[in-house]
Design a protein around this ligand. Structure first.
Ligand SMILES: Nc1ncnc2c1ncn2[C@@H]1O[C@H](COP(=O)(O)OP(=O)(O)OP(=O)(O)O)[C@@H](O)[C@H]1O
Length: 234
């Protein structure tokens, strides 16, 4: 079971109407690995990333052909509990989305939806998630402050903590450092490296050096194909 790829693509074509984004793509993403997804603007990185958690479903014309497997389940054919999928696959965006509420409220937001019956555990879970996101020491004395008062880098780590609080096996990150200063970006890189012992991570980055520093594999989207960085199809 543990050798089974956590994410895989088999003969996958993704398109918006007639516009093909990926054609007959293959790929495997091993457990506890960090894969960086690179490619030119518009090559389809975000589309592919969102495909792994069915976040494109509502986009007009979006079509998936082939087999996209997540944790052993073909998520586009047959019954899928999207609620469970969203808990097991966390998506982190380029710009952290903060609710105009306290830091604490933001961390436990997902817990309220996914584990509402375990409310007594929320403070402990929030603390653990903030520690994993390397944010605890900076916010432990101000958990009731509004989250938007944090810096951009702190807000991105808070968004990651909110995702970690529900303990997803997979973390998908769409350019999580692009809106950050270099120091905050390095903090996110360190964080990604620290998380791979417990999570499988796919992250989109435009920066080749950043990908090299963090990733076990670097994949490139180009001309409707997905290739490893040395140009070979995977
Ligand atoms: N909802 C949509 N409907 C139609 N086409 C779309 C839609 N979303 C994206 N596209 C097109 O799909 C292609 C891939 O877009 P996507 O955002 O996945 O690329 P990307 O590699 O993530 O780009 P960037 O690096 O600029 O964020 C682009 O040509 C884009 O215009």
């Amino acid at each position: 079971m543990s050798d089974q790829p956590v994410l895989s693509l088999e003969a996958v074509t993704l398109r918006y109407g007639d516009r093909v984004i990926l054609e007959n793509g293959y790929g495997v993403f091993p457990r506890n690995s960090v894969c960086a997804l690179t490619g030119a603007s518009g090559s389809g990185k975000s589309t592919l990333l969102r495909t792994f958690c069915r976040m494109n479903d509502a986009l007009p014309g979006f079509v998936v052909e082939g087999t996209v497997s997540v944790l052993g389940q073909d998520i586009y054919n047959g019954p899928v509990d999207e609620y469970t999928l969203r808990r097991r696959v966390g998506l982190i965006f380029q710009k952290p989305c903060m609710f105009p509420k306290s830091i604490y409220h933001n961390v436990v937001f997902g817990l309220r939806h996914h584990l509402s019956e375990k409310k007594s555990e929320f403070p402990e879970r929030a603390e653990q998630a903030l520690k994993k996101a390397f944010l605890w020491n900076e916010v432990k004395d101000r958990l009731d402050d509004p989250a938007p008062t944090l810096s951009q880098g702190q807000q991105q780590r808070l968004a990651i903590a909110r995702t970690l609080a529900v303990d997803p096996e997979i973390l998908l990150m769409d350019e999580p450092t692009s809106a950050l200063d270099p120091k905050s970006a390095r903090a996110i890189e360190e964080l990604i490296l620290s998380l791979k012992s417990r999570h499988t991570i796919v992250w989109v980055t435009h920066q080749v050096e950043q990908a090299r520093r963090t990733a076990d594999c670097i994949l490139r989207m180009e001309n409707r194909t997905l290739r490893v960085d040395n140009g070979q199809p995977i």
